[in-house]
Design a protein around this ligand. Sequence first.
Ligand code: SAH
Ligand code: SF4
Ligand code: F3S
Length: 446
Amino acid sequence: MRKVYIETYGCQMNVSDTEVVFSILAAHGYEKTDDINRADVILANTCSVRDNAEQRILGRIEQFNLQRKSRPGVVVGILGCMAERMKEELLATLKVDIVAGPDSYRSLPQLIDRALSGAPAINTELSRTETYHDIRPLRSSANGVSAFISIMRGCNNVCSYCVVPYTRGVERSRPARSIVREACECFENGFREVTLLGQNVDSYRWTSADGSTVSFAALVQMVAQVSPLLRVRFSTSNPQDISDELLAVMAAHSNVCRHIHLPVQSGSNRILEKMRRRYTREWYLDRVRAIRTMVPGCSLTTDVIAGFCSETEEDHRQTLSLFDEVGFDTAFMFYYSERPGTLAAKKYPDDVPLDVKIRRLEEIISLQNRKSLEAYKADVGKRFEVLVEGPSKKGQSASGVPQLCGRASNNKMCVWEDASHKSGDYVTVEVVSCTQATLLCRLVQD
Ligand code: SAH
Ligand code: SF4
Ligand code: F3S
């Protein structure tokens, strides 16, 4: 059996795609290996969202090339968003044998055969229909408790800074039936949590042959009904599209987790418009209020970009004040990185100097660190039901007792001393103290 090694970069969609790729290759006689030195086929599933993501991968390609040179017969392939964005440019480096975009994974076995015969192999065609709906992802690297399920692919928004619509193609939803079937299979295989993935989950819509449609809210309800013991998460929600219907489904089903990732990107209306986000600061804050009213205890996380084209100090202060007002539980914070081919790259000069971008980003980070600590402190004294993921990073507490970790419904990571439970169990814990990223708990005996 030929051995295949895959490194995965970028978002959860890529993690999920890698599982699809393993499944396709396993059906063609390949075996997974975690040891690059023994691999016949070395693949990287890549990300183009910011320049530093790409630079990191270009560095890894140098390392792969050493393997390729020292072990004849080894082939190297680049999958994912960078494959789609750079296409032949990657083959031209002469360090890569295969280039396969996100919609071409069914052809990977043929591409590998072609590369093994010494010919360059490339497929970067994007599809209007591919959702890999019939492929059962090989979840061998997952923790056995929590699984990703891809519900749609591509994106029809054209946020001016973002490369994703170009690397992932147009939006398409996967048949609701195949999603529910996969959720059932996950549950039967011992998984206790599924995360429904899409770039803009709220625009999920499936129209079946008889003309009836399934909205995202209806889909979440269907998955929530698989079993009360199966938790449901989803990502990413778009502030423009998140519906009260969805919030009502969350409120009605306690196994739909109390967490929404709602990327805001900026607190300034002028910048939001230039970013082509289709909401205002006021609309965003209104959605936050709706979430907090309809789904009490729901945690909120976000993404933000500092230093987008033409951003002034006043725009930046608007972002800081929005962060102060909302009090996110956690945030993913970036400075703007111009991506070739995007609307912003074509229309707006990347005119905020790097040192200013970095300084503004640091200001957002230090404010958010304070806010995270406040948000975590607010949970001290509360009791949560936690799904056990496994041993904590440390494995045991200072006194030598085994320590487990798992998430509360609000997505916060909990750790506690526990010698009697295992991954996949539900336990009740009480929060004793916290850091800005972890709740330190004690087990409440049932
Ligand atoms: N579909 C999701 C985001 C996908 S990309 C959404 O609509 O929110 C993940 C995050 O990367 C984005 O939310 C944004 O904050 C960040 N990002 C995207 N393009 C970027 C760029 N050119 N520079 C810096 N950050 C970027
Ligand atoms: Fe990119 Fe916007 Fe689509 Fe998210 S919604 S993937 S930020 S274009
Ligand atoms: Fe990166 Fe592609 Fe995801 S650009 S963030 S891997 S969709």
